[in-house]
Structures are given as C-alpha cells and as structure tokens.
Design a protein around this ligand. Structure first.
Ligand SMILES: NC(=O)c1ccc[n+]([C@@H]2O[C@H](COP(=O)([O-])OP(=O)(O)OC[C@H]3O[C@@H](n4cnc5c(N)ncnc54)[C@H](O)[C@@H]3O)[C@@H](O)[C@H]2O)c1
Length: 438
C-alpha cells in the first residue's frame, strides 16, 4: 500500500498540465526535507475541525496553520482565536486568510500544503476533488459524501491522489486505533474460525438541532442545521454509523457487500421542523453472495438502550472488536484485551505526517468511499423499501445536489408553506411529513 515517493514518477504520472506545475513545486518542496514547515489549511471549524487541527499541530511540530474557512465567518474567527491562545506563533492566520461561505475551500487550498476537510459531509466530494487536483495532501473526515454521485467522485479523487503521490488520510479513526487493529487482525488470523456474520450497532440518543436565525435563507438554515438534512449529513446512519459499517468492511478485506435491504423510520423525530428529513432508526442487512451477512442496527432515540459495538461471529466463536473480547460458543472468554491509553485521533495525524515526511504515501480512499457507500446504500434501501444490489446503488443517478452553492440557491430538501419537509416513506416515495407545531 505504501509507495516510496519518486519525483520522476510524479512528473511522469501526473497528466494535469500547466495547473499541476505549481502543485509539483509544492509537493516536491514539502518532501525535500523532513524539517520543512508544512502549511496547513482547515475547512470547517466546528467541533471536529478544531479537534483535528489540534491533532495536526500536536502530531508534527513543523506544521503551522495558514488559512481557515467555515460556512459561517463567526465560526472561523472563533476557532482562530482559540487556536492562537493555545498555539501562539504557530497560528499564522491574518484576517485576510479567514474565509467564509460554502465554497471557501477554493480560497484556502491554494495557500496550503495540507488541508483538513472537516466540513459538512455533503460538500466534501467537491472540496476533496479540488484539493487533490491541486496536488495537496488531505486529511478527510468521514463520511465522505451523502449520495452515490458523491462517492463516485470521491473514488476518482482517490485515484488522482494516487497518481499525484499525495497522501489521503481518512477520519475513519478506528482503523488507526492499535487495540482495534489488533482485534481485527485476530479475526483475520482465524481466531474465531471463518467469519460467518456480524452485528453492527450504533445505538445512541438524539443529537443536536440548530435553530433558524432571523434572515437565514433556506440554504443557510439547512447548512446551519446540517445534521438533520439527508443531503448534507447522509442521514444519521451514514454520518455516525459509518464507523461501525467500516469495521465490517475491514474484516471483509475491504470487499463491498453484494446486496442490501433494510427497514427504517422516524418516530421521535416528528415533533419539530428542526428535525429536518432524517430518520431516527434503521436496520439493514449487508449480504455477500457467499452467504455471509452483516446485520446493522442504528438508532438515535432518547431513553433507549445505547451501544456502540461490532460483534463478528465466526465458525468457532465471536469477537467484540471494541470491547476486545473473544468468546467461544460455550460462552467462555478465550481472549480479553489489555487496553492501551491510545488517542486514535492523534495517531491518525502522526501516521499522516510520518508518511509525508518519509516520502511515503497513505491513500485510504478505497475504504473511506466504500464504507460511506454502505451507509448510503442502506439509507437508499430503508427509504425505498427495495432490496438493492451494490452495483445498482453505486451507479444510482439520484442526486441530492442543491441548485447551486450560494446562500440563495435551493437545497435538495424544500419545505412546503407550513415548514414541513419531504420525508421518504418506504414504498410511497417522498411525502410531506406530519409536523406537530406549537
Ligand atoms: N472521526 C470522528 O470520530 C468524527 C467525530 C465528529 C465529527 N466527525 C465528522 O466531522 C465533520 C464535522 O462534524 P462536526 O462535529 O465538527 O460538526 P460541526 O457542525 O460542529 O462543524 C461543521 C462545521 O462545518 C461548517 N461548514 C458547513 N459547510 C461548510 C462548507 N461548505 N465549507 C466550510 N465549512 C462548512 C459548519 O458551519 C460548521 O462550523 C462531519 O463530517 C462529521 O461526521 C468525525
């Protein structure tokens, strides 16, 4: 997977013409000396973006922040203020390098060697494409898209990064957690026999909602309240459950399932317009033609049982990947992991800078696209009630794109005059959902 960076190979393999020559200069420069200062840009200054920037600055002492952007300027400004207090002279962001708007990535990317893509998932295929086409190293948060068209674009971007010899590191952080890596390796080494099936759980309470502000256009309001709109978050089974779906993909050596069916609904998310159009419970089955199936359950409902775990069943026993427990079918614990004090968020950044400094390449593009697509395919199956083949789901022309990328454009989800959003009802299509208002 890791390849030595070769400047000659880079020149030969990139076919990006004149635009790539500045890229080449940048890539060559950052690889030339392991003590070079790398310029970092942050896109999306929310909770994870701020966390990722701290991870980056702690992972590599020769990094500095040179540009930031957020859909909302106040978020970017607040982030810079906080970073400056913590990291002082490593924050080189002057006011003219604070950007805002949905397409602020276009201003940030040219200024950096590395970009951290931590904005709302629905926009990520566009910023990722721009970053890799500009020859930048990328840290790309999960999920990587909200629809199949976005996934196809991400797959192409991953290939461009490969050709350029730049790193593309995924925010699917469990792949960098040494305890979970060890458990997956035990499964792959046959400690539970042949893998037969798995239970993939992400059962938790409702997440946040953000209120409409005076003067918000519909687009602005939905971007502010992005989690609750499927075209922006992918729905919660994509945004959150992707972490668990990815563990099944990992165990299956990154081979995607053949068919998917599922059932889902929204039961608690009906009372307020701020609940947008997403579901709050989904169950899906990922089937492989060889008979292996993964049963996936995710829920965001209050006052219910909570659990985040991937339990892999084999011919000899089961492995609980997060608990670090292997059992036989008599109920005996045959392995109990001694857990280390690891910070997977920091480790993924350390690995990224090691790779860049050593002239190696990490490219997590394949699994980050497929894991996200598992969530999208499950959502498509749950919304429609259909059983889908992987190939058909991936080829779907259903687009959740807005009419454009300004605050005055129309989002995919449009309310009626009572403020109700179209919600998918299995077997019926998208219908205006009942909203009980004050
Ligand atoms: N790896 C993990 O464990 C993990 C944990 C939390 C969040 N995440 C992911 O990180 C991403 C951000 O989540 P968060 O919790 O920080 O959400 P958040 O709402 O706190 O932050 C997202 C920020 O992105 C901004 N934004 C929206 N559209 C933008 C655009 N087009 N350009 C620039 N900025 C834009 C928003 O205004 C907001 O400030 C999501 O994809 C989420 O799934 C990953």
């Amino acid at each position: 997977m890791q390849k030595k960076f070769s400047r000659r190979r880079f020149i030969k393999s990139t076919a990006m013409g004149a635009a790539a020559s500045s890229v080449l200069m940048s890539a060559a420069r950052v690889h030339a000396n392991e003590n070079n200062t790398l310029k970092v840009g942050l896109i999306g200054c929310g909770g994870r973006g701020r966390g990722a920037l701290v991870n980056t600055l702690e992972a590599d002492p020769n990094t500095e922040l040179v540009a930031v952007g957020d859909a909302f300027r106040e978020n970017a400004e607040a982030a810079v203020e906080g970073f400056t207090e913590q990291f002082e002279e490593r924050i080189k962001v002057t006011p003219d390098r604070i950007f805002d708007g949905i397409e602020c990535y276009k201003d940030i990317v040219p200024l950096c060697d590395i970009v951290l893509l931590c904005e709302t998932p629905g926009f990520r295929p566009r910023s990722l494409r721009f970053a890799v086409e500009s020859g930048k190293h990328v840290f790309c948060e999960k999920p990587v898209a909200a629809d199949a068209a976005g996934i196809r674009s991400v797959m192409e971007s991953a290939e461009i990064a490969k050709k350029n010899g730049t790193s593309l590191v995924s925010g699917l952080c469990w792949r960098y957690h040494p305890d979970v890596v060890e458990m997956v390796n035990r499964v792959k080494d046959g400690e539970i026999g042949n893998v037969v099936s798995g239970r993939l759980l992400y059962l938790t309470s409702q997440l946040w909602k953000r209120a409409r502000r005076e003067g918000d256009t519909e687009m602005k309001y939905q971007v502010r309240n992005w989690y609750n709109f499927a075209w922006l978050s992918g729905d919660f089974n994509v945004e959150q459950h992707v972490h668990t779906l990815d563990k099944a993909l990992w165990v299956m050596n990154d081979v995607a399932p053949d068919t998917i069916f599922g059932l889902g609904a929204r039961m608690q998310r009906i009372q307020q317009p701020a609940n947008g159009d997403i579901y709050d419970s989904m169950a899906a089955c990922f089937e492989y033609n060889n008979g292996i199936s993964f049963y996936s359950y995710c829920r965001q409902q209050d006052n219910c049982w909570s659990k985040n775990e991937a339990i892999i069943a084999g011919s000899k026993g089961t492995a609980e990947l997060l608990a670090g427990v292997i059992r036989d079918y008599n109920g005996n614990v045959v392995y109990q992991q001694q857990k280390g004090p690891y910070d997977m968020y920091l480790i993924e950044h350390q690995k990224m800078y090691e790779a860049i400094r050593n002239g190696n390449v990490i490219n997590n593009g394949d699994y980050m696209a497929k894991a996200t697509m598992m969530g999208i395919a499950a959502r498509m199956a749950c919304y429609s009630g259909a059983r889908l083949s992987w190939a058909d789901a991936l080829a779907s022309e259903e687009s959740m794109a807005p009419t454009g990328y300004t605050w005055d454009d129309s989002p995919w989800s449009v309310p009626d005059d009572k403020g109700r959003y179209l919600v998918s009802v299995p077997g019926e299509g998208r219908v205006y959902h009942q909203v009980i208002r004050d």
